[in-house]
Ligand binder design. Structure first.
Ligand SMILES: Cc1ncc(COP(=O)(O)O)c(C=O)c1O
Length: 382
């Protein structure tokens, strides 16, 4: 029998999703902020000690809420890496912000913290690339000295931790003023589309609930804090339905098991590819010492774009799908003419030379062996 296709990603079902979704339907509350939304909020707030969480329909929506909460206005400058997903920038551009793109580090696709100081603006958005923490001590210190807000785009960083300069391990997403997560089907924990906002400063909480509920004080009304609800601020419909929350809750119950399997797969890639990578001048993921590894992604950085193309082709010929990642936003057709012209060579290098390998809960050991054998048999210079 010919080998079957190994996809880049395959959404994992724990088996309880349909049951909880049916339960939500059966109990007759399908709109947002019901039993399952509250269970998910409680999970995140109790397991990770996050002060206040709000499920959203995507991380993109959570980022848009962050831009609204920070009162980003026409011409406000916002710093972020160029090597990121379009939503990181788009959420702020929608409010009229001017994006100041920053390069990645030479040894990691995450934001180069040392190049921020000269570019002080209104807010810094960091992206914990591959789930790996940025150096949040440096970021928070710059933010404090220049009175800036920090948004952590933790789309990929669920269940991952940062060890701060005092030696305390804290969850990613709990450090900046506001954080955003994604539960898109490519993430470790999924709900199809889905996301979450975490508010780490008391003074954002009330307004966030209002923005979340179409600009109304509906949440306060349901808590009995006001006797009628109405339009009190700008907002939109950022909350997901109970069906999505029910799906997500099933995933959360299996989080430990999902993370453990992903880590086994990640470690096998890392150890098996060690010598092959170094002899071909390929860089394997470089998790910083201050970050734990949530095994969100296994990636390789080639020294030549041609080598990446050869491996993608070789894997594809063997029915294995691998994919590259972000394209530098400062060079995008939409934004390049607004970029200030600074070269961001590391961002460009990751755009041209980074490749992601299949990594998902249901990838079997024999499938991973097939991927590894195929990689080890590639002729990069032939
Ligand atoms: C860094 C980053 N931010 C935001 C997003 C958007 O997430 P979502 O698809 O949940 O809107 C993504 C998507 O993968 C991402 O990689």
């Amino acid at each position: 029998m010919p080998p079957s296709i190994i996809p880049f990603n395959k959404p994992h079902l724990t088996g309880k999703e349909a049951h909880y979704m049916y339960d939500a339907v059966y109990h007759g509350q399908l709109a947002g902020n019901g039993k399952y939304t509250k269970l998910c909020h409680k999970y995140f707030e109790s397991i990770y000690g996050l002060q206040k969480c709000l499920l959203t329909t995507s991380c993109t929506d959570a980022l848009e809420m962050a831009a609204l909460l920070l009162d980003i206005k026409d011409g406000d400058e916002v710093i972020m890496p160029s090597f990121t997903f379009v939503s990181t920038a788009n959420a702020f551009v929608l409010r009229g912000a001017k994006i100041v793109f920053v390069d990645s580090k030479s040894d990691h696709p995450g934001i180069d913290e040392t190049s921020i100081e000269d570019l002080i603006t209104k807010a810094i958005v960091v992206v914990h690339y591959a789930g790996d923490a940025c150096n949040m001590d440096i970021i928070m210190d710059i933010a404090k000295r220049h009175k800036l807000f920090v948004v952590e785009d933790a789309a990929q960083a669920i269940d991952n931790y940062y060890t701060n300069s005092e030696g305390h391990q804290v969850p990613l997403g709990s450090i900046g003023h506001i954080s955003t997560y994604s539960f898109h089907e490519t993430k470790n924990i999924i709900s199809g589309e889905g996301g979450m906002l975490s508010l780490n400063k008391e003074n954002f909480i009330n307004r966030a609930e209002i923005i979340w509920e179409k600009g109304t004080n509906r949440s306060a009304f349901f808590r009995g804090e006001v006797n009628k609800y109405g339009w009190v601020d700008i907002g939109s419909s950022f909350l997901p339905s109970e069906i999505i929350a029910a799906f997500l809750y099933a995933q959360l119950e299996a989080l430990k098991q999902i993370q453990a399997r992903r880590l086994v797969l990640w470690n096998k890639y890392h150890s098996t590819l060690k010598y092959w990578a170094s002899s071909n001048n390929i860089i394997r993921p470089n998790t910083p010492a201050y970050s734990t590894n949530n095994a969100h992604m296994y990636y390789l950085v080639f020294s030549k774009a041609g080598h990446r193309a050869k491996l993608i082709k070789h894997l594809k010929e063997n029915k294995i799908l691998s994919v590259f990642h972000y394209q530098s936003l400062h060079k995008s057709s939409f934004y390049h003419h607004l970029h200030d012209g600074r070269e961001l060579p590391n961002s460009d290098r990751y755009s041209e030379c980074l490749l992601r390998l299949p990594l998902f809960f249901d990838l079997t050991d024999s499938e991973q062996d097939r991927i590894l054998d195929t990689i080890l048999s590639v002729e990069l210079d032939g």
